[in-house]
Design a protein around this ligand. Structure first.
Ligand code: ZN
Length: 423
């Protein structure tokens, strides 16, 4: 008869801020209780978190599967299998396991292993605080100062913004010259709040559970359109089925197998793709041989486009989800026709037109060659917002809630649109 291995453990730490905890279980910690259900009346004492992420890893040589179940206020829930296929880029003989993070409060948990791990099993718990203390401190520095090409980098939440306590230090990076931009989805957190904690969770999962040097992606975009700096520009990532050389990874946070992609997220994805395309002279609507996968790939490809490689470590991913994947070709075509990607001679976009201050709080001004009039402000859903014009080149925006908006202006029949932020 097959033995069932059960373990019950009750974390007792208190939760005040974003935290991660590690629990090392030795083989001797496991109890053999064949075909019995193991209960506890002890309590998980933490209470309050926005979400809880549970993952695990082991260097055990024997393969095993993990199931987990939770006790909630309604009693013990069904057993769930922990996903051991999520991580294509397993390193150093690790077996890794992860469960989709959840918001439900738990009182106790229990795991079941299909075989006794012959080495320590490390359980990892990440909790995001429920109360968000303050607004994101975004870096706007390159918006009004495009570097070597005309497409500015959108404002980003950099590492000091999503990990302000400094516990997520960057590693020494391997550089890469990107030829292909690979789009992902995160397959979770479609409707979260406080996405900086989601980014911090992915960092923690990738570094402390998977054993990578840093968060796998170069850039992440949340459904509200905020761009987060992961490994940033020019650094090799861990995202494309062990064929990362020559690529950058762009992860739209959320699950886009069937969910629609928010227009704000698409807009920001477009901006950061344009920025990297421009910086690296990549023709975004073209294809070419990607050396490390030995595949002909479109310059904007989805993670799943690497599935057919006979090298690397593809496991047949669906990433970035059918809904997002279906948008990539039209996005590439639109971006290849964007004024930012045209040569300077063809460049018709009025670079002299500037919007300031951005982010704004009270008054939004603009200035350019000639008179730009008929201002229209739209919110992320495309709804037109009425505001008071206070002069021919400024608007009172003090009534607008904090967030992302678009201002379009007209000059001699030509309209130009800006994204701006209210803080
Ligand atoms: Zn992916």
């Amino acid at each position: 008869m097959k033995k069932t291995l059960l373990l019950l453990f009750l974390p007792l730490w208190g939760l005040l801020a974003q935290e991660s905890h590690t629990l090392k279980l030795k083989p001797s910690n496991f109890h053999e209780v064949a075909h019995e259900v193991f209960y506890s009346d002890s309590e998980w004492t933490n209470g309050n978190y926005a979400f809880l992420g549970i993952s695990a890893y082991s260097f055990a040589k024997n393969p095993f599967e993990l199931d987990i179940r939770f006790k909630t206020k309604d009693g013990w829930q069904e057993w769930q299998a922990m996903d051991d296929q999520h991580n294509e880029e397993d390193i150093k003989d690790r077996q890794t396991f992860v469960l989709n993070p959840f918001e439900e409060q738990i009182l106790a948990w229990e795991i079941h292993s299909s075989d006794l791990p012959q080495s320590d099993l490390v359980m990892r718990f990440f909790t995001a605080p429920k109360e968000n203390s303050q607004a994101l401190q975004l870096d706007f520095s390159s918006i009004s100062d495009p570097e070597s090409c005309s497409c500015p980098r959108p404002p980003v939440c950099d590492r000091t913004c999503w990990c302000p306590d400094g516990t997520c230090p960057p590693p020494t990076y391997d550089n890469t010259t990107p030829t292909h931009l690979i789009v992902h989805h995160s397959a979770g957190f479609t409707n979260a709040t406080d996405y900086q904690y989601v980014v911090a969770y992915y960092w923690d999962l990738h570094v402390n559970t998977n054993g990578w040097s840093d968060i796998g992606y170069n850039w992440l975009i949340d459904p509200n359109g905020v761009v987060y700096e992961g490994r940033g520009s020019g650094h090799s990532g861990a995202h494309f089925s062990c064929m990362n050389s020559g690529t950058l990874g762009f992860c739209v946070i959320g699950d886009y197998r069937t969910n629609p992609v928010q227009s704000a997220a698409l807009q920001s994805l477009a901006e950061i793709l344009l920025y990297e395309g421009c910086q690296n002279s990549i023709n975004l609507a073209d294809s070419s041989l990607h050396t490390s996968s030995q595949l002909m790939l479109r310059h904007i490809s989805g993670h799943r486009d690497g599935n057919s490689a006979s090298v690397g470590c593809p496991k047949g991913t669906l990433c970035p989800g059918q809904v997002l994947y279906d948008k990539l070709d039209s996005l590439a075509l639109a971006l290849s026709q964007n004024a930012c990607m045209l040569s300077q001679e063809d460049y018709t976009f009025d670079q002299s037109l500037k919007l300031f201050p951005n982010p704004a709080t009270e008054i939004l001004h603009w200035e350019g060659n000639g008179l730009w009039t008929k201002p229209e402000i739209r919110d992320l859903s495309g709804r037109t917002i009425l505001t008071n014009s206070i002069s021919e080149n400024s608007l009172d925006v003090s009534d607008l809630a904090a967030g992302i908006y678009f201002l379009s202006l007209q000059h001699e029949g030509h309209r130009q649109t800006f994204k701006f932020w209210i803080q």
